[in-house]
Ligand binder design. Structure first.
Ligand code: GDG
Length: 737
């Protein structure tokens, strides 16, 4: 078994150099925890930047840094101050970060930043490739390394590569404003599996791939040449056990052992007995909605003055990206706002906001989580938001209310939180009141459900699910590998053709017998093709069926006087030689295995709902779900499904408290099968697009199936062009002469 290589912008370790002494300590972030089991197994390595510029590491200590990192299974990528400035603070955090969080007004398009981004991604690729063997598995993380999957793929085509995007992927309308959009998408598509926190991000990505690169999307995969790239959503969890354990220890420890922060919190709780604490923790980032949260808190005190001296907002804002001007401006804005609200509302005994602009040790984070009655997490955009999950995990007595922005990825999972729109001030302040007044019983009911989910979908499960899916992509790759119909293979085919007593050939029209034209109406059969099909059909015991998605009028008029059978509109209509068109009726359920997992995640996230599987349809029932949540989820599911199944001959029907995904009943495979009323010892089918896959999968096993082109297929063989198909058909004719 090959090794696993994890790559993220930063290594999961802290390096300190003081007095020419080097100290390396592993960091214990969520990502590091989630990947621990993989990182510790076998000879896995983690590649990334140490956090120190090359210039900050004295030359004589460079080897020691590499060595110490190696002790933690890490390989450092060295970055110069200029690279950090342009790649990290520049393109990553002044272009991708704001754009992907819908802050277009903050997005800078600077060619020299882009150049640095490319160079640094190449630098990472070099370090990776030097340690990479065929059979290894690579997992690349986040928006700083969007080009890396393809850079690795180009040099090592046979390794398995996964990519996970930790931030939102924006709507294609926003994404397409990026001057380097094609390069970014191509970079990501170097991976075999691309993971996102939510379905929405995944669909946005696929739509961008479709619109910008013009690749076809098939459910949740993209076919490029002979490669299949899969996408999926994997909502990242937290290290639930760690937070739970820390909270329990915190609760049980003697007062004397409490931290200073906890002692202060306890003192204030003691002197202002009925004061409730509202917690707010984030990196100081404009995406987190910090300024609006303070404003909303001020408005709350105005609208509900009875809460003066009864509540306190504890704000922890962790310094972040302080080199970027927008973050400096935000810092100023937050400082001023805190000052203004405190100045306006403070009394001799009471300051409404306690503001900390620093990072705190883990134990103090636990103090804050455990001591706050309400957590207010209101980002304007957030890929997931782990703080919200951590707050719930630490509530050992199951009390506490989480107010969560619907713009955070976490809101898709944490339905029992109070979900708000961060731009709706009235809603925020009313929800805050609701949170402060929520009966304990209700708090406990909600938190128990949330905790159960967080415990199950923890960060380890997230990493395992991703790795499992990544390994599975290898299997699909193998399962879909068609073989080129080379002269050697043809020999065997010709023998079977000549020896056959009864033959039937199903031939798709556009892209198989006839190459595409700009306008579809410009593609009638040329005389050469008409002669070819005539002669093929004139052979003894040979039935030729042209099978097309086109309407019966067009295809019928094009083959009017030719003695050939026709199937039109993907199998809706059939015309026997010199007969009239007849309707067919067919059903298929092979799509269920793709759609079912999507429904399952909705069942997981929506208590009280369930799936009913019928012969040819899947139904998601939500009559037992909370009425409001049921409707919200039904809308969401229906949007996801419509996007996913468009062009697959399926439709979504909204019944009474049920969504049903039905086959529209017809496909080329079913229609072709219906014509097999007699026994044939040579069945042949050729086609080029996804509608022909039904032919390949539904015709009897012995059928010789041929895909035209090199996309993902269930066909056994492939030919590269329509010319090659025509050549093969004339060779069939020659065999019998
Ligand atoms: C990105 C995406 C996505 C915070 N302050 C302190 C501290 N923290 C810890 C928290 C939490 C983590 O930092 C923050 O994670 P978030 O998910 O909330 O936010 P981002 O940093 O923006 O992360 C985000 C995430 O990636 C994962 O994919 O969820 O959407 O933006 O774990 O506990 N930890 C300590 N002291 C602090 O002062 N010790």
């Amino acid at each position: 078994m090959g090794k696993t290589i994890i790559i993220s912008n930063r290594l999961p370790l802290q390096i300190n150099i003081s007095d020419k002494k080097l100290e390396v300590t592993p960091s214990v972030g969520g990502l590091a925890t989630g990947l621990k089991s993989f990182h510790e197994e076998g000879d896995s390595i983690w590649i990334g930047w140490t956090g120190l510029a090359a210039e900050e590491i004295p030359e004589e200590m460079a080897d020691a840094v590499v060595e110490k990192a190696a002790n933690e299974g890490c390989v450092p990528v060295s970055l110069t101050t200029e690279e950090i400035e342009k790649f990290y603070y520049g393109f990553s955090n002044r272009t991708i970060w704001p754009l992907f969080h819908y802050f277009m007004e903050y997005t800078e398009f600077q060619p020299d930043h882009w150049e640095a981004y490319k160079t640094v991604n190449e630098k990472y690729a070099e370090v990776v490739v030097a340690r990479l063997n065929d059979g290894d598995t690579v997992w690349v993380h986040d928006y700083q390394l969007l080009l890396l999957p393809d850079l690795i793929r180009q040099k090592k085509p046979n390794v398995t590569i996964g990519f996970f995007n930790h931030i939102p992927f924006p709507s294609s309308e926003v994404f397409r404003t990026l001057p380097w959009r094609e390069e970014i998408l191509k970079g990501m598509l170097g991976a075999d599996l691309i993971g996102f926190h939510t379905y929405d991000y995944e669909r946005h990505f696929l739509r961008s791939v479709n619109r910008i690169l013009r690749h076809d999307i098939d459910f949740n995969s993209v076919n490029i040449g002979d490669r299949i790239i899969r996408t999926d959503s994997f909502p990242m969890g937290i290290d639930y056990k760690k937070f739970r354990k820390a909270a329990k220890e915190h609760q049980n420890q003697p007062r004397s052992e409490n931290t200073d922060v906890q002692k202060k919190l306890d003192y204030h709780k003691y002197v202002t007995r009925n004061t409730k604490l509202i917690l707010s923790i984030d990196r100081l980032d404009y995406t987190k909605g910090i300024a609006n949260r303070i404003r909303a808190f001020g408005y709350f005190l105005e609208k509900y003055p009875e809460y003066k001296e009864k509540v306190r907002l504890i704000m922890l804002a962790v310094p972040s990206r302080t080199n970027v001007p927008q973050y400096q401006l935000l810092k100023k804005e937050v400082d001023e706002l805190v000052g203004r609200i405190n100045g306006q509302f403070a009394t001799v005994n009471w300051t409404p906001i306690w503001y900390f602009y620093r990072s705190m040790p883990f134990e103090n984070l636990i103090d804050l989580y455990c001591s706050s009655e309400v957590a207010m997490i209101t980002p304007t955009r957030d890929g997931m938001n782990l703080v919200a999950k951590e707050y719930i995990a630490t509530r050992t007595d199951n009390t506490g209310v989480l107010i969560l922005s619907e713009m955070a990825g976490a809101a898709h999972e944490l339905n029992e939180a109070l979900i708000i729109n961060p731009n709706n001030f009235e809603q925020i302040v009313d929800t805050l009141k609701q949170a402060l007044e929520m009966p304990k019983q209700e708090q406990v009911r909600r938190n128990k459900i949330l905790q159960k989910r967080l415990k199950r979908y923890n960060v380890e499960k997230w990493a395992k699910d991703f790795m499992k899916s990544l390994k599975d992509t290898k299997k699909t790759r193998k399962a879909f590998k068609a073989i080129e119909l080379t002269p050697n293979i043809k020999k065997d085919l010709f023998d079977r053709y000549s020896a056959a007593q009864r033959r039937v050939l199903f031939l798709d029209y556009d892209g198989t017998l006839r190459s595409f034209e700009e306008k579809p109406e410009d593609a009638p059969p040329d005389q050469e093709l008409i002669n070819l099909i005539k002669r093929l059909g004139e052979q003894e015991n040979t039935r030729v069926v042209i099978i097309s998605g086109r309407d019966k009028e067009t295809i019928g008029s094009w083959w009017k006087d030719v003695p050939v059978e026709l199937i039109a509109e993907h199998g809706v209509w059939v015309r026997n030689v010199h007969k009239d068109w007849k309707l067919t009726e067919n059903m298929n359920n092979s799509w269920m295995k793709t759609v079912r997992p999507v429904l399952e995640t909705f069942v997981d996230r929506t208590p009280g709902t369930f799936i009913e599987e019928k012969n040819y349809s899947l139904a998601w029932h939500y009559r037992k779900a909370g009425p409001e949540l049921g409707e919200v989820r039904a809308n969401e599911l229906s949007a996801v499904l419509r996007d996913m199944i468009s062009n697959h001959g399926l439709n979504v029907q909204q019944g009474h408290k049920v969504l049903e995904i039905k086959n529209s009943g017809i496909n080329k495979g079913k229609a072709a099968n219906k014509l097999l009323t007699e026994k044939y010892d040579f069945i042949f089918a050729a086609g080029d697009d996804w509608t022909d896959e039904f032919l390949f999968t539904e015709l009897p096993e012995q059928t010789t199936t041929v895909k035209v082109g090199m996309n993902k297929t269930a066909a056994k063989y492939y030919l590269k062009t329509t010319d090659k198909v025509r050549r093969l058909l004339s060779e069939f004719i020659e065999l019998t002469h």
